[in-house]
Design a protein around this ligand. Structure first.
Ligand SMILES: [Zn+2]
Length: 362
């Protein structure tokens, strides 16, 4: 295993943070990139990285890693240190309110530069594409520590074949976001993880990490059509490992095993390919999800568990007004999986409380 420390832009004199990347195996046909807790308060993902390190050390010692696997267990050292009045604030940079997982440098802007350089040979095209991606990222000069974090992570991942961004939600079961074109490659991971919800889309919420990589390859294929030998490219997914309090050795061990099983299935790890378990629910379009809001302020009492299939009309939660006898039950407007809900138990008027999946994607 090689440990690579990459310093970020120093935000203030006397302060210096770094991203630590651990690389197992050696360059071969496939490269895998995994990172945990880009939203730094999403700790289930970080514990999975700890479990993964143990397994990868063993696999490397026994010579069973065929490709190169880079793991960043702490993807956001900046927000790891953001605490306010006892609360850990990991999603947004406190100085600018920017979400750490939005507006990554748009790799798809490099497509016009790449397209005329492509030949009819897929293998040489792959090398060329990867080198243009790395050079394109290098040309971006980060002004802030935030920018340098995003560019560092993107550079580590841009030449990988499989990119997994490990997060968690507020209260949730395991669910996955990925690009429509890449779904067939990610589906085995969803099965091994027992993921209850698979949300597919080409555009999510404005330049997330996995979307930045997935949309680059989609755009390149769209621009080149079948006239150029465009390689398959990378598959990228955001994996939500339940809710933020679901930190346990049992969950993390199972999730790490599922990822190792997936990498074995993909041929990056040598070993027996485990049978694929059934997928609990079909993939759905991210854009057709339904969001549910508090109709007025009050106490939130959940009536549905996360990860379960609900029908249209099934109650999701009550909002209880403590100053009169008003209780409003919010019901599902669709049949789908109640895949995530807020961790709060008191809502302000109009606050988003939970989400149910919508129309099937395939
Ligand atoms: Zn997150």
């Amino acid at each position: 295993m090689k440990k690579h420390k990459i310093p970020l832009v120093s935000p203030a004199v006397g302060t210096q943070r770094e991203v630590v990347a651990l690389t197992f195996g050696k360059p071969a046909e496939k490269k895998v990139y995994l990172q945990s807790s880009l939203h730094a308060d999403e700790i289930p993902a970080m514990l999975v990285s700890v479990m993964l390190q143990k397994r990868l050390h063993e696999l490397e010692s026994s010579g069973n890693i065929r490709g190169e696997i880079t793991l960043v267990p702490v993807a956001n050292p900046i927000s790891l240190n953001q605490h306010l009045l006892g609360q850990f604030l990991g999603c947004f940079e406190m100085n600018t309110s920017r979400n750490f997982n939005r507006q990554f440098y748009p790799l798809r802007h490099l497509v016009p530069k790449i397209e005329p350089l492509l030949s009819n040979d897929k293998a040489s095209n792959m090398l060329l594409i990867r080198s243009v991606l790395r050079e394109g990222i290098d040309l971006e000069v980060p002004r802030t520590e935030f920018d340098s974090l995003q560019l560092t992570l993107l550079k580590l991942a841009c030449d990988a074949d499989i990119v997994l961004d490990l997060h968690c939600s507020l209260e949730a079961d395991v669910h996955i976001y990925t690009n429509i074109a890449g779904w067939s490659q990610i589906e085995p991971l969803a099965r091994y993880l027992g993921s209850t919800t698979q949300l597919l889309g080409n555009e999510f919420e404005g330049g997330t990490f996995d979307e930045t990589i997935g949309s680059f390859w989609s755009e390149l294929r769209n621009q080149c059509g079948i006239s150029k030998a465009v390689p398959e490219g990378a598959v990228a997914a955001t994996v939500e490992l339940r809710g933020e309090r679901d930190v346990s050795y049992a969950f993390a061990g199972n999730d790490a095993d599922a990822i190792i099983n997936y990498l074995t299935y993909q041929g990056v790890i040598e070993g027996e390919v485990k049978p694929l378990p059934p997928l609990p629910h079909s993939a759905t379009l991210w854009a057709s999800r339904e969001e549910y809001h508090a109709p007025h302020s009050g106490i939130v009492v959940y009536l549905a568990k996360v990860g379960v299939l609900v029908d249209e009309g099934d109650p999701l939660f009550d909002i209880v007004d403590p100053l009169d006898e008003r209780v409003t039950t919010v019901k599902s407007r669709t049949r789908g999986v109640f895949y995530m809900r807020r961790a709060i138990r008191f809502a302000t008027a109009g606050a988003e409380i939970g989400r149910v999946t919508g129309r099937a994607a395939v």
